[in-house]
Design a protein around this ligand. Structure first.
Ligand code: KIV
Length: 262
């Protein structure tokens, strides 16, 4: 399993690979395939629970899923998302909730969405020994503020704010920063300007690593496909067709045959 320092040292050596998991089996597959980091993302709210966005996810939901993931990937560095309103309101909330996650699971780090506005929370966590991954650009927990998931880094003011946030996050001590849906040239500029790795999602090829929601790359999440997703397969239609075969067999009395009963 990689350590925080080994992850930082991958910058300028090779690309960092991070993917999401919410359950034991997916975590097992990701470890077998050799990813560097597994994120138990609050995207589980949409992908696993079927909510419209990530806002309903609670700290207890996260802990339930992290426990399943850690059983499936005992040798992979796991990061836990801090869900909406588990840190935004105060430094105390951030410490209590991140502390609860680290006490009740074996994750080594948490991820918080936000830049300059949450530096006090991030600094407080790092000061008490909780490693933090930053997350700037599109922030899904702010979906109601933006009315969706807009591209970040469009105007000089936005670029300036993103750059300031990245520099402040680095100064606060985060070990890496997720750049979500940041214009590729801005993401490249940020990547060059900081010494810690950037991990892009929809932010172009010049980030130090890439992260995706695993179900998206598998073609397993039919509800919504952002432009930056390359579907490497179409698992959802394979699953549906396989289940259809089972239904047909049972209806036609072709299952179970003698081979499959005692
Ligand atoms: O919740 C999530 O899955 C994320 C992404 C960066 C993949 O935050």
């Amino acid at each position: 399993m990689l350590t925080i320092n080994e992850i930082k040292n991958l910058k300028n050596k090779r690309k960092i690979i991070a993917l999401t998991a919410y359950d034991y089996l997916m975590a097992y597959y990701l470890e077998k395939a050799g990813v560097d980091i597994i994120l138990v993302g609050d995207s589980l709210g949409m992908v696993f629970c079927g909510y419209k966005n990530t806002l309903p996810v609670t700290v207890d939901d996260m802990i339930y899923h992290i426990k399943a993931v850690e059983r499936g990937a005992k040798n992979t560095f796991i990061v836990a998302d801090m869900p909406f309103m588990s840190y935004q309101d105060s430094v105390l909330s951030a410490k209590r909730n991140a502390g609860k996650i680290l006490k009740e699971t074996t994750v080594k780090a948490v991820k918080l969405e936000g830049g300059i506005e949450i530096i006090p929370q991030i600094k407080a966590l790092i000061d008490i020994g909780i490693p933090v991954m930053g997350h700037i650009g599109t922030q899904p927990q702010s979906v109601n503020k933006y009315g969706g998931y807009p591209i970040a880094g469009n105007t000089p003011e936005e670029i300036d704010k993103l750059m300031k946030s990245a520099l402040e996050l680095e100064k606060a001590g985060v070990f890496s920063i997720v750049l979500e849906k940041v214009k590729a040239k801005t993401a490249a500029l940020i990547t060059k300007s900081i010494k810690i790795p950037t991990i892009g999602i929809g932010s172009g090829p010049w980030c130090d690593g890439q992260i995706l929601v695993t179900h998206d790359l598998l073609g397993a999440f039919p509800d919504f496909t952002p432009k930056f997703i390359k579907k490497y397969d179409n698992i959802s239609s394979k699953i549906i067709n396989t289940i259809k075969k089972f239904i047909k067999d049972v209806k036609n009395k072709k299952y179970p045959t003698k081979k499959y009963y005692f």
